[in-house]
Design a protein around this ligand. Sequence first.
Ligand code: SF4
Ligand code: FES
Length: 373
Amino acid sequence: MSEPLLPPIGMLAELTHRCPLQCPYCSNPLELLKANRELDTQTWLDLFLQAADLGVLQVHLSGGEPTLRRDLEQLIAGLSARGVYTNLITAGVGIAEGRIEAFAEAGLDHLQLSFQGARPATTDRIGNHKGGHEKKLETARRARAAGLPLTINAPIHRHNIEEVPEFIDLALSLGAERLEIANVQYAGWALTNRDQLMPERDAVERQAEIVAAARERLTGIMNIDFVPPDYFAIYPKPCMGGWARDAFMVTPDGTVLPCHAAQTIPSLSFERFGPRSLADIWTDSPAFNAFRGTDWMQQPCRSCERREIDWGGCRCQAMAIAGDAAATDPACAKSPIHGRMAMLIDEAQRAAAVPSKDEQFVYRRIGVVTEPA
Ligand code: SF4
Ligand code: FES
């Protein structure tokens, strides 16, 4: 291993897979867990205590839709009592009167609200939830009234990429401190729907120019984070900051993972909280150690000057496209199969040109298990 193992800083807690929306790019696995598989309140609280002891400073409370957990106030209070920074990642529909205020009182530090579109019709169609947009606007107002800092999250794909300027206006109008323009990552349900979601090349270029100009114009007013689309990139991103390097996630049943899509790597098996402590899993789990540091790398990563910048990119993308989780992420121009990304873009664009196909999302639903594209 090229660097000493440090404690994790961040944790993503997927409290539930239940969700009122059905976004076709959801990062949850295709095989969604039902409510009866979720950890109970006390187990989450124990897990959070161990996370704080281990060094975790920030917990992102996510799902599915985390506000469907009736014990969310209790979970926030448990983290807050240990001084852990809490960020609630919500779709913002169906949150009962008074709850956002209760989250703030329990110690919530920040709220991140997703919009599927900047226009009501887009939000409602992509999330497959009528009236969703209006409910999200109301959630944003309530969060600001409760004094919570707000981030608007905009997952970008073919069907809303032209709305980027409107997303910027929307986030400003809602008093957001931050806007995240995040191009969809093709894992989970997004991999199944890749042909339908892949944007046009021209639109990707226009988007980058619009975001760069807005960042300059809004300096000191609103931060804009931009996650460009991997398939159009020259270099990959350091996925999750590097495999099991400073963050991890926990699924609703307590399985501890280095990243969202880790369970798509068939050679690895992942452990659950309970039978083993978080500290043991973080330091000793063979799956966590499989791609830590740089020793596992093949060429061209092994001798590349960027190997400790992007950590070889995304292991799950290497698995999905190269069929080898230890391969260089094909998003990298140095990958021998980088050309396959361009082919996948072209294939998707040909498929999307067939009008009926363009509309056929496989919407995320519990009980619908689909083979990845
Ligand atoms: Fe990153 Fe590997 Fe590409 Fe180098 S060869 S830029 S380390 S993915
Ligand atoms: Fe698993 Fe990128 S999603 S390493």
